[in-house]
Design a protein around this ligand. Structure first.
Ligand SMILES: Nc1ncnc2c1ncn2[C@@H]1O[C@H](COP(=O)(O)OP(=O)(O)OP(=O)(O)O)[C@@H](O)[C@H]1O
Ligand SMILES: [Mg+2]
Length: 364
């Protein structure tokens, strides 16, 4: 499946979205959902002004932005729970307005903000909603329900027969995620899917979900308020402002390292360095100057080491652990074959941070 509009630049209405390479890169990617100049007005207010956006096949695209900026409206237009006032939304190669809404919603999984479980159906029946509509046999449905409940951390024996009102908010949300995944839909829309889950359960769900999403190749549009969740899970992040205006559409590292606008900078500002340590990686140019003149392996010796390409945060951890060792202000750096290629010190981490945040630096 490829985008079929010649010359269309899906990011054209986003002049602040940073490097033109984003648009160029989209030509190389199959597009799963495309928003073309989409607008949604409610009486007296504009929820989505003029949104153009291409969601790549198989990617996890995260929408972040302030409350009321149009995130939920954007998602809900993709499965026709809300009809656009103007513009087009194309799923694969079909205009969604040409697809029967019920058929459309069977193809697109949807995790609703505030969950929306059916109150008079048990947990198992909720998860089995779409399989039942599709006429799966009882055994296949039961196995799938058990598999999904286990995946989201709800032991089937304890939870399958409960009613939604017998669950905590976080448990309800997890049932909502399981329900949306039931038939492995090719496209999944998720609106604050983990918002009510406690931090530990949330981190686990994020990880499990990301792994599953990559394994299945599901295309996901997900909304969150949590910038850390966004940068941890996303292949690309879209930062939206009022009217679903695209402030920046880029990789998590790019968004954190080089915010395109003041709005993005405000969003990632606090804790930015910590986020960069988690996202950035050690590169050869960050290493300390090695003595030259021979073909030796650089500063030799035992002691702690890190790999080239290690997370900067892990380099800091290794440096901290090394600090009490003799000469402990640096750690050895190994390449992928285990050969020692030099040393890294605190200055290396600073150089890496500088490299990542430098204006006009390479692709982050
Ligand atoms: N049915 C409606 N009728 C009138 N206005 C609406 C309707 N639904 C949404 N809006 C308005 O459209 C704007 C965007 O709403 P939307 O729900 O998309 O925001 P959001 O980004 O999802 O916010 P939040 O983060 O709080 O969930 C808001 O100003 C909201 O008040
Ligand atoms: Mg919302």
């Amino acid at each position: 499946m490829t985008t079929s509009v010649p010359g269309a630049d899906p990011t054209a209405s986003a002049p602040t979205s940073g490097p033109t390479s984003v648009a160029a890169a989209d030509e190389a990617h199959a597009v799963a959902i495309r928003f073309d100049s989409v607008r949604k007005e409610y009486a007296g207010s504009v929820a989505v002004d003029d949104l153009s956006l291409a969601v790549r096949e198989g990617e996890l695209l995260v929408l972040v932005g302030a409350s009321g900026c149009g995130k939920s409206t954007t998602l809900r237009m993709a499965n026709r729970l809300v009809e656009p006032t103007a513009g087009r939304i194309v799923l694969g190669d079909e205009d969604v307005t040409d697809v029967d809404p019920v058929a459309l919603r069977r193809r697109i999984g949807y995790v609703i903000q505030n969950v929306g479980l059916f109150p008079h159906r048990t947990v198992a029946q909720n998860v089995a909603t779409v399989p039942s509509l599709l006429g799966w046999d009882r055994r296949r449905t039961r196995d799938r329900v058990a598999e999904l409940l286990t995946l989201v951390g709800l032991e089937p024996a304890r939870y399958a027969r409960r009613w939604p009102h017998e669950l905590s908010g976080g448990e309800r949300q997890r049932v909502g995620v399981a329900r949306a995944l039931a038939t492995d839909p090719p496209v999944l829309l998720m609106d604050e899917p983990f918002g009510a889950v406690d931090p530990v359960g949330r981190a686990r769900l994020q990880q499990e979900f990301s792994r599953l999403q990559r394994d299945l190749g599901t295309t996901v549009m997900m909304v969150t308020h949590d910038i850390d969740e966004a940068v941890r899970m996303a292949d690309r992040v879209v930062v939206l402002s009022r009217g679903a205006r695209v402030e920046q559409l880029a990789s998590p590292l790019e968004v954190v390292a080089r915010p395109a606008t003041g709005t993005v900078a405000d969003l990632v500002g606090r804790g930015r360095t910590a986020r960069l340590l988690a996202l950035g990686r050690l590169e050869p140019t960050d290493l300390d100057d090695a003595p030259r003149g021979d073909d030796g392996p650089g500063p030799g010796g035992a002691g702690p080491t890190v790999r080239l390409g290690a997370e900067l945060g892990d380099v800091v951890t290794a440096l901290t652990a090394a600090v009490d060792a003799p000469g402990g202000t640096s750690v050895g750096v190994l390449d992928e074959s285990g050969r020692r290629v030099g040393t890294a010190s605190a200055a290396s981490v600073v150089r890496a941070l500088h490299r990542l945040t430098a204006a006009g630096g390479g692709p982050a």
